[in-house]
Design a protein around this ligand. Structure first.
Ligand SMILES: Cc1cc2nc3c(=O)[nH]c(=O)nc-3n(C[C@H](O)[C@H](O)[C@H](O)COP(=O)(O)OP(=O)(O)OC[C@H]3O[C@@H](n4cnc5c(N)ncnc54)[C@H](O)[C@@H]3O)c2cc1C
Length: 404
């Protein structure tokens, strides 16, 4: 008889995990997926394109209902799991229904942070995490409301772009001295700023929000330097928090995320975690590629394979039409590394390759990202770049065949 395996969360990590498991252990487990969002798993990354009007919400489903059915998966969506009983191997759904498991996979993702500011509870304060948020933001955009986006990382920029594209006046307020500081060095971030501002986004750097003004609804945002921005809405895009409460209340070890080992196993036997809710070797990833790598490892592990997960090299692409930005690996350059830089600000091009011990360890590209995947592959494979060092800045097509 198949062992009951339950996945909590019906997001991107869960969908990929089921896919990988079906490839290597079809029939071994009776799989049930329980998710809180009231729809089939969808590609969350594409929410930015939905907001920008470049993709339709109904086109972002990862798999049709028939795909799940064909794999014998029991799907419960619109259902929140409220409790795990580790000893009895049982979990509770919000309507008090109990579900038994022999293996449990937690794939509960993250929640967008709401900053603890005066006024944060006012009507007109939003986040950007799921389809419900996007529907609300699309309504704001259609009404051309004045919006302040708090946070100049990837999500903040993509939210600001989508809203500005729809004609809403948008100010983007960022605490740091440069945009996307976790992915870009200063010259790349400066260039990015000059490329997004003509798209209707007013960028304020070194800008610390003191409070949100309004009586019942948002009326403005005040910065700590006293500057006041008029606004009808505020969007928090200032980070995410892994959803760990379920695990924590069940007595499973949690730091920032749910702590897992190299097999994605938590501190509790037969309970695993993956994706944004998991913390592996002290790292919680906020990107989808690590979740996919973890999904493959866990599926193979549950099929009896020797696979283990050693961490991921992360890469980021900004999804703002006409502004190509890519960053991967050690983009700042650790001590002892060297950087090759190509900068043509007039043409909107910046490239930086970081090399350490004869290998490519990081890259930043702005303007032309056509070689991004090639650089990423060089970083991930850790192969020597000694033979191509002189030419690789100009892209793959410049590399002589014998050297590549
Ligand atoms: C607008 C946007 C753009 C993004 N762009 C990029 C990008 O360009 N590149 C990139 O790599 N990443 C991007 N990301 C991040 C990426 O979407 C996430 O890394 C990825 O979705 C993580 O997958 P996950 O399954 O771990 O979490 P999620 O996709 O968040 O899924 C978790 C699911 O679990 C459910 N859940 C939580 N608690 C419970 C419970 N108790 N019971 C039942 N269900 C529960 C949640 O409702 C959710 O549906 C973006 C994210 C957003 C919001």
């Amino acid at each position: 008889m198949s062992e009951p395996l339950v996945v909590v969360g019906n997001g991107m990590a869960a969908a990929r995990f089921v896919d990988e498991l079906a490839k290597v252990a079809l029939g071994r487990y009776a799989v049930a997926v329980i998710g809180e969002e009231p729809r089939l798993a969808y590609n969350r990354v594409l929410l930015s394109s939905v907001l920008a009007g470049e993709t339709q919400s109904h086109d972002i489903e990862l798999r049709p209902a028939s795909w799940w059915r064909d794999r014998g998966v029991t799907l419960k969506y619109g259902c929140r799991v409220s409790e795990i009983d580790v000893g009895r191997r049982e979990l509770k759904i919000a309507n008090e229904e109990s579900v038994a498991f022999s293996r449990l996979v937690l794939a509960t993702g993250s929640t967008a942070l709401r900053l603890n500011l005066p006024g944060a509870e006012l009507a007109g304060v939003y986040t950007f995490r799921d389809t419900r948020d996007v529907d609300l933001l699309l309504t704001l955009a259609a009404q051309k409301k004045r919006v302040v986006v708090i946070g100049g990382g990837l999500l903040g920029l993509e939210a600001a772009y989508g809203l500005a594209k729809a004609g809403a006046p948008v100010a983007l307020v960022h605490l740091m001295d440069r945009l996307m500081e976790r992915q870009l060095d200063a010259p790349a971030a400066d260039l990015l700023k000059s490329l997004v501002e003509p798209k209707g986004i007013k960028v304020l750097l070194n800008a610390n929000t003191a409070r949100i003004h309004g009586t019942t609804r948002v009326e403005g945002v005040e910065l700590t330097d006293g500057q006041r921005l008029d606004a009808d809405a505020v969007i928090f895009a200032a980070g995410i928090r892994p959803n760990t409460a379920l695990a924590k209340e069940a007595g499973i070890t949690v730091n920032r995320g749910i702590v897992v080992d190299d097999h994605m196993q938590t501190a509790a036997p037969d309970i695993f975690a993956l994706g944004e809710c998991a913390e592996h070797r002290g790292v919680c990833y906020g990107l989808v590629e690590p979740a996919y790598e973890q999904a493959r490892v866990l599926a193979r592990h549950l099929a009896g394979g020797p696979d283990s997960y050693g961490g991921s090299v992360v890469a980021t692409n900004l999804k703002v039409s006409g502004v190509s930005v890519f960053s991967a690996g050690d983009f700042m350059g650790a001590e002892g590394s060297e950087a090759i830089v190509l900068k043509d600000i007039k043409r909107g091009i910046y490239r930086k390759l970081v090399i350490a011990d004869g290998r490519l360890t990081g890259a930043v590209l702005v303007g032309d990202v056509s070689d991004a995947l090639w650089y990423l592959e060089l970083i991930r494979s850790r192969q020597s770049v000694a033979a191509i060092r002189g030419d690789m800045m100009f892209g793959r097509s410049f590399i002589r065949k014998e050297a590549a």
